[in-house]
Ligand binder design. Structure first.
Ligand SMILES: NC(=O)c1ccc[n+]([C@@H]2O[C@H](COP(=O)([O-])OP(=O)(O)OC[C@H]3O[C@@H](n4cnc5c(N)ncnc54)[C@H](OP(=O)(O)O)[C@@H]3O)[C@@H](O)[C@H]2O)c1
Length: 254
């Protein structure tokens, strides 16, 4: 408990699934201020009610924003930094789109869907990190990108989603390398299979009970958001195994 006292945190895609659970657990760990975004505001309000019931002192800012739109990202950060009085300690790039369900093979993948998925899952985090850095560079900060095993294995049918996560993994490595020697750390986490709306849409014929409750995967995120991980950057984590995984190619940090 209380590992996140003083930490002001922005979580994208916080209205349901993993993002909502992260917001709840970060608040329980004493984070004083959370900025939560999603495209739909009503589920965000429900998340806020749940958090306030568990951690009444948390200052929560809700922002309706579509991460596939650069103008929305501008507004998201303007509001967040205003409400946080310029302090941003942690950015969790969690929001993602799966794309069409059932999931088409690449040959049949509609271009507009392909672009929407890449805009949300890859370009969105790229722009969000650029907006977060000025607030983090002096005092330090932790950037956590949410990836997937579909970002290291090209599964048939996982098309644009998997490709966006391959891109996110490479981008995370590049950001970490370019920020080496600063107080800003960049790590990425594969939460593993979870029982969420996204996974149910991806595999509607499977029994969702076989997948983890998001509440079971938040421990590594708390660690990465906290000062315990102050020296940790450029690392890939698997949340359900609580393991750090080797990053392919040159490892800048060994
Ligand atoms: N579920 C799994 O088994 C699994 C496995 C590996 C990795 N992951 C990763 O874990 C993260 C969370 O996934 P999840 O399963 O919790 O997903 P989810 O249940 O579908 O929730 C996604 C969240 O992101 C928001 N969102 C979606 N598109 C958005 C956009 N364009 N702009 C802003 N917000 C957007 C959604 O709200 P709105 O729809 O209102 O915008 C919602 O709050 C994702 O990065 C996913 O790739 C999940």
């Amino acid at each position: 408990m209380n590992r996140l006292i003083g930490k002001k945190i922005l979580i994208t895609g916080a209205s349901r699934g993993l993002g909502r659970q992260l917001a709840l657990d970060f608040a329980r760990e004493g984070a004083p201020a959370l900025a939560l975004c999603a495209r739909r505001v009503e589920p965000l309000k429900a998340a806020q009610r749940e958090i306030i019931a568990a951690a009444p002192d948390t200052n929560i800012v809700l922002i309706e924003a579509d991460l596939s739109r650069p103008m929305d990202i501008e507004r998201l950060f303007a509001i967040t930094l205003h409400e946080f009085q310029g302090q941003l300690d942690v950015l969790v790039n969690n929001a993602s789109m799966l794309g069409p369900s059932p999931m088409p093979y690449l040959l049949d993948y509609p271009l507009a869907d392909f672009q929407a998925v890449l805009n949300t899952n890859l370009i969105g985090p790229f722009l969000a990190i650029r907006k977060a850095l000025p607030a983090m560079i002096e005092h330090g900060g932790s950037i956590i990108n949410v990836t997937s095993d579909a970002g290291i294995v090209g599964y048939p049918g996982w098309g644009a989603y998997g490709i966006s996560k391959f891109g996110l993994e490479g981008m995370s490595q590049t950001w970490a390398a370019e920020l080496e020697g600063t107080k800003v750390r960049v790590n990425w986490v594969d939460p593993g299979s979870m029982n969420t709306a996204m996974h149910r849409a991806a595999e509607p014929d499977e029994d969702p009970c076989q997948w983890a409750d998001p509440a079971k995967v938040t421990e590594v995120f708390i660690y990465l958001a906290s000062d315990e991980s102050q020296q940790v950057t450029g690392r890939r984590f698997q949340a359900q195994e609580l393991t750090e995984q080797p990053v392919a190619g040159k490892n800048y940090y060994d």
